[in-house]
Write a new protein. Structure first.
Lengths: 343, 273
């Protein structure tokens, strides 16, 4: 048996990853990075409830895949299965070539996880937390010290790295939490709603951090409820609802899939709004909001119909305060695809 | 493979041999111990509380009840009660193991531990070792207070042996306490449940009064339960009496409890999802 040195099985990981890279090379365009996170037909039930069903996706090195869905869609369950925290009921999951079900110990050596709750020790400082987790990865002392110094600098933790985490702001804490997942430089990173509860500035910083990690080759699986976040970060989006995939593709593909632009019209008064509603009649999938006095009309083919609608309203004496003709956002995709009954 | 710029560099071999696994488990335990000791140092009031409780018992029993109980003990009551209070203090320290572990389990950091390539049993083992270290500090301080109140160890060796045995008993109860926490997992609930083992063991014991003065139905329990056995052994050691039999009996309790609660707590902890 070829026993490898205690602290270094990197050749294993590299071999697995590169061999997969070659397989991918032969099947797909050569630009596709090797698969690091693979889920094939994942299933999970809690009692009678199917939490995840037949979920498949791949995250390549240096890629960000966004797992999107409403509350209870199965996002966190999926992350927990892939990170060995929950047993997998059906299907196969592999991380860096290691099978999650049959070799969870090996999987834990190649993953970093930042869950929804800040998973750091609140009584330790940021630096002590990094030391704690690095030591549990059995990193040699000198490497660990250098790594911590590097992380503190790269993610701008220096100002608060030596204060107990319990005294930090929500944004700082979240940053420490994500950086704690990076301490062993894992090839696969799982981020469960990394920006929930952050102010816009911290969110932006987190986004930059995630982008730089992907740029350095980390495969990132990200769950989020913010479509703006997925739009900005994700190379690919897997949209799930009630545990099953409802759409997948690049943000651009998903938006194109909707095949309709949106005409948003804001009216001067309630009277104008009600008058407009009687004039345009009952358009499928049109939505109106009386509080903001606006209607959203889906438009199927280009600007022509939009202009016609505006002209019709103008000719009938409706006062239009403002209008906007826009491409669909991921919000539109999301709302049109997910089950409206699920809150 | 420059595109996969950062395959993790530090990898624990999942197929490591038994001795490597044991070494890794020890490293993990040392790491968790360090973490829990840092936490303890951030909350010195926990240690202070343990010592103050001990002093409280010493003062209460020595000056309030001592006159009444002391006559039946055959020795100066302070000599009788200090070993008892030392053991009780270790027992209360052990109770903290459970509440601390339950707090851990209800925090996100446990999810992180479970996703790391570490020996999961080290989470409990590290805590019990760190709690033993805190207990050591508390016991030494309390012994000094006892000495100030007139208590005397017969020899330095007797003092060391007394504290060491007390620590061992506290360590065994830490694992009992951890087992309850791994099962129940709610810090408040663990705190309440601990009253059910703490008080009977503490009061229906030879720690404060000789069991001979208790009714027959209670005497059997009060004579043979681990806290009484430990208090007797520590008393023998501190007085320089022939301690062999009581010490062996106490160590048998310690080993028996560890043999049951180490595997049980680890299993329950692993099951906690």
């Amino acid at each position: 048996m070829n026993r490898l040195p205690l602290l270094d099985i990197t050749p294993n990981v590299l071999d697995t990853m590169s061999s997969q890279g070659h397989e991918t090379d032969s099947a797909k365009p050569p630009t596709d990075p090797p698969a690091v996170i693979e889920a094939v037909g994942l299933h999970k039930s809690f009692g009678d409830k199917m939490a995840v069903r037949d979920l498949s996706f791949t995250v390549g090195a240096g890629r960000v895949v966004g797992l999107l869905g409403p509350n209870g869609a199965g996002k966190t369950t999926t992350i927990k299965m892939l990170t060995t925290l929950l047993p997998i009921d059906g299907g196969v999951a592999r991380v860096a070539g290691f099978d999650v079900s049959s070799n969870p110990r090996a999987v834990r050596t190649v993953i970093g996880l930042a869950g929804q709750a800040a998973a750091v020790d609140e009584m330790l400082t940021a630096r002590e937390n990094l030391r704690l987790f690095g030591r549990l990865y059995k990193m040699p002392k000198a490497d660990l010290q250098a790594r911590i110094a590097d992380l503190v600098e790269r993610f701008r933790l220096a100002d608060f790295a030596d204060r107990p985490v319990s005294t930090l702001s929500g944004g700082e804490r979240r940053r420490v939490d994500v950086v704690a997942a990076l301490v062993a430089d894992p090839p696969a990173l799982f981020l469960d709603e990394p920006t929930t509860g952050l102010d816009p500035r911290s969110r932006n910083e987190m986004w930059e951090a995630i982008e730089s990690l992907a740029a350095s080759g980390t495969a990132i699986l990200l769950t989020t409820q913010y479509l703006e976040e997925a739009d900005r970060l994700a190379d690919e989006i897997v949209m799930i609802d009630e545990g099953a995939v409802v759409a997948e593709g690049t943000p651009r593909q998903l938006k194109q899939q909707l095949k309709r632009d949106v005409l948003e019209i804001h009216f001067e008064s309630d009277h104008d709004l009600s008058k407009a509603l009687t004039i345009v009649g009952d358009i499928p999938r049109m939505t109106s909001t009386s509080e903001t006095r606006e209607i959203h009309i889906p438009i199927d083919e280009g600007a022509g119909p939009a202009l016609d609608t505006l002209r019709l309203l103008g000719d009938s004496g409706v006062t239009i305060a403002d209008f906007q003709f826009r491409r669909p956002t991921l919000d539109d995709v999301f709302l049109s695809l997910t089950n409206p009954n699920a809150k | 493979m420059t595109t996969t710029a950062s395959p993790a560099r530090h990898r624990f071999d999942p197929d490591a041999s038994i001795s490597d696994k044991a070494r890794a488990a020890l490293l993990d335990t040392a790491t968790v111990t360090w973490r829990d000791m840092v936490r303890t140092s951030r909350r010195p009031e926990m240690l202070a509380f343990a010592v103050i409780m001990g002093v409280f018992f010493l003062v209460l029993f020595n000056y309030v009840f001592g006159g009444a109980i002391g006559a039946g003990t055959g020795v100066d009551y302070i000599q009788f009660v200090v070993p008892g209070v030392l053991v009780i203090t270790a027992l209360q320290g052990a109770q903290q193991t459970g509440t601390g572990l339950a707090a851990d389990l209800s925090e996100g950091v446990t999810d992180r531990f479970r996703s790391l390539p570490m020996n999961q049993g080290a989470v409990i083992a590290g805590r019990t070792v760190a709690d033993a270290a805190r207990n050591l500090a508390g016991l030494v301080l309390l012994a000094l207070v006892g000495i100030a109140m007139g208590f005397r160890f017969s020899s330095f060796g007797g003092a060391v042996a007394s504290i060491a045995l007390t620590l061992a008993v506290g360590f065994a109860f830490s694992w009992l306490s951890a087992t309850i926490a791994a099962k129940v997992r709610n810090p408040e609930m663990v705190g309440m449940l601990s009253m059910f083992w703490l008080f009977p063991l503490m009061l229906a014991s030879s720690a404060f009064a000789p069991p001979e003065s208790m009714p027959g139905w209670l005497q059997g329990f009060a004579t043979h339960q681990p806290i009484s056995v430990a208090a007797n052994a520590v008393r023998d050691l501190s007085l320089g009496l022939d301690a062999g039999r009581d010490v062996l009996y106490a160590l048998a309790w310690v080993i028996g409890m560890l043999a049951v609660f180490i595997p049980l707590s680890s299993r329950l902890y692993r099951r906690a999802a």
